[in-house]
Ligand binder design. Structure first.
Ligand SMILES: [Zn+2]
Length: 302
């Protein structure tokens, strides 16, 4: 399986910052060590073209990120201090998702060892999300007629507010978000389908709910491409999650998504989105599950 990754995914942030920046190189190392991906299948993206960012984001906001002109208030909302490395990281990660989408269209499955920054709106970022990588990838692929209809399965525990707002008026992009109802963001612009779960939802209820909704969606909407935001923050151990999934439940979730999508022969792009396990190592191991399950699923199929 081919995945996007670049050493520049690691941006400088102050020590002790809550965002686990080390998970990006950590996941690359873990997947190589466990023979889940091979070195030659790790594809380095270049920074995304500015004209491609502008298919989603406003010229003012793109300039503010690229040139460090964020207002104080905006930087606070973003939750990450601006640095040149953050600007570069954000451009690399968007192109990583666009590349992964192209690779998925060729291979059936591919990933970006980053991405899923679903809290980014067209004119501002929040919740550690600078640019909306999925939105840019979709706009670029739609403009070049690679795809027409796209499904976003967003299982990060936080609702995909930026993505929902960006695609609000596009009937060809189906945004599905299943999240903690009481969690951030507190204003949730409507996705095509939102499923808000109560605090402390456990594996069984979570998985049953997911299967029902996914089957429903796939019966009514036939996408050319699927983006999967497999955030690991529904885990019970997550610092911000509020739900109560076990590691096993998380594995079942990824397995279910991969089974339902691959059995319909739909190409799927795997993206990290959020995860705040107690340590970076635990965060990495939980993010790796999606890739482990993809390799199992797709090697069985080949
Ligand atoms: Zn999240």
């Amino acid at each position: 399986m081919r995945v996007s990754y670049h050493p520049g995914y690691l941006a400088e942030i102050p020590q002790g910052h809550v965002f686990p920046m080390g998970k990006f190189p950590g996941l690359r190392g873990f997947l190589l060590k466990k023979n889940i991906v091979r070195e030659r299948n790790i594809i380095n993206p270049r920074p995304v073209l500015t004209e491609h960012l502008l298919t989603v984001h406003t010229p003012r906001y793109v300039d503010a990120i690229l040139n460090g002109n964020l207002e104080k208030k905006e930087a606070r909302r973003l939750g990450l201090p601006w640095s040149e490395s953050l600007a570069i990281r954000s451009q690399l990660a968007v192109q990583g998702t666009l590349n992964a989408a192209m690779m998925a269209l060729e291979d059936g499955v591919a990933g970006n060892l980053a991405g899923g920054t679903h809290h980014a709106f067209s004119d501002f970022g929040e919740g550690f999300c600078v640019f909306n990588d999925v939105a840019v990838a979709i706009r670029v692929l739609k403009q070049s007629l690679w795809v027409k209809k796209v499904l976003i399965i967003d299982l990060d525990v936080h609702q995909g507010n930026g993505t929902a707002a960006i695609f609000h008026d596009d009937p060809d992009v189906y945004t599905f978000s299943m999240h903690g109802e009481k969690n951030f963001p507190f204003r949730k612009p409507p996705s095509t389908r939102d499923v808000g779960l109560p605090d402390k939802t456990t594996d069984k209820v979570y998985l049953e709910t997911l299967e029902t909704h996914l089957n429903d969606i796939l019966a009514e909407f036939s996408p050319d491409l699927v983006f999967y935001l497999g955030g690991i923050d529904p885990l019970e151990t997550d610092r911000f999650g509020r739900l109560s999934l076990t590691l096993n439940g998380l594995r079942e979730r990824d397995r279910m998504v991969l089974r339902l999508i691959s059995s319909r022969e739909l190409p799927i792009v795997l993206l990290l989105s959020g995860g705040y396990a107690p340590t970076v190592e635990q965060t990495v191991q939980a993010h790796a599950i999606m890739y482990e399950e993809a390799v199992i699923r797709y090697s069985i199929m080949m």
